[in-house]
Design a protein around this ligand. Structure first.
Ligand code: DGY
Length: 320
């Protein structure tokens, strides 16, 4: 390859990321910052050596089959990989990387916000004050569910799950978790392991999801599993919308089985689920778990580290 490798940034990433990328790559930007469509991805693959997409660009098997052989590496600006058909990319000898670690704290922090906001009725409270409808106060007014000292069930004790557990310890929560395998004691730090989700749910006053979206975790929380939670539990999802059967969630909120839910992820994104808007017990944010200035820089830099390693002839640290 003569000259700098050509890199496509389909979405607007941080200024620091673009500035660093320009030092080593011929950078092509998508000024419109619209999600790359299948046809755009395929067309662009003939013009670039590398791409740095987000979870908004989908590399399905049919897209991958149409990619030009010029494209050598997809250095994702995301930890989630459910938008990439990894076996199909590997079969085309295209290297794929993600950005683990660097967004764990930001995402865990947002999960705490979702848990607290759902438990303490943030949507309703904000609406009352904001609209001028707050006209009384009493001991029975806006009573919520206390987080401190409650039992938290964590599904998925990877990096984000462990970062969330660390923050939950600050609230003296009793930590239970389900993971495919039990953690070593130094990582567990007293958390109580459950070898099935069915055993975790009945002790989860609060339940927070931190596992990837895979065919196995699709609709992991369905009506049968909502039924296993303690009455008045609170669900938190900062992972992926695919993990929750949204009809079952709605029924659980409407029946009072769930006191509340805090959601940053939805089956349909962008947009969310219009049926949820009827319920102030559902506290919602628009998939912004990793959206802090520091973390966006760190994600961009981690993706660039992976690209740099690849173009230096090494195996990138986060290669699949
Ligand atoms: C991730 O990195 O997977 C976040 O969901 C943002 O894309």
């Amino acid at each position: 390859m003569s000259g700098k490798p050509v890199l496509w940034l389909p979405r607007r990433v941080s200024d620091a990321t673009v500035a660093r990328a320009r030092q080593d790559y011929d950078v092509m930007l998508n000024e419109a910052d619209t999600p790359g469509t299948a046809d755009e991805i395929v067309a662009m693959s003939a013009n670039v050596d590398a791409m740095m997409p987000c979870h908004s660009e989908h590399f399905s098997a049919s897209v991958v089959a149409r990619l030009d052989p010029r494209l050598k590496i997809i250095a994702n600006h995301s930890v989630g990989m459910d938008h990439c058909d990894i076996p199909a990319l590997k079969a085309r000898d295209i290297v794929v990387t993600n950005t683990p670690d660097v967004l764990s704290d930001a995402t865990a922090e947002l999960a705490m916000l979702l848990m607290l906001g759902a438990a303490r009725r943030a949507v309703e409270g904000d609406r009352l004050v904001r609209t001028g409808a707050w006209d009384s106060w009493g001991p029975s007014f806006m009573v919520g569910k206390q987080v401190t000292g409650a039992r938290i069930g964590i599904v998925g004790m990877g990096r984000v799950g462990r970062a969330f557990a660390a923050k939950a310890r600050g609230f003296d929560m009793e930590i239970h978790y389900y993971n495919r395998s039990r953690l070593a004691p130094e990582q567990e730090q007293g958390a109580i392991y459950h070898d099935t989700i069915e055993s975790l749910l009945p002790v989860s006053d609060f339940l927070s999801l931190h596992c990837p979206a895979t065919p196995e975790t699709l609709d992991l929380m369905n009506s049968q599993r909502f039924g296993l939670l303690p009455d008045g539990a609170v669900l938190v999802n900062s992972a992926r919308g695919a993990l929750v059967d949204e009809t079952a969630l709605l029924e659980a909120v409407e029946s009072g089985k769930l006191a509340a839910a805090g959601l940053d992820c939805f089956k349909t994104e962008p947009g969310g689920n219009p049926a949820f808007t009827e319920h102030e017990a559902i506290f919602m944010l628009p998939h912004i778990g990793s959206a802090t200035t520091r973390t966006r820089d760190a994600m961009g830099f981690r993706a660039l580290d992976n690209l740099d390693a690849f173009f230096a002839g090494q195996t990138p640290r986060d290669a699949f």
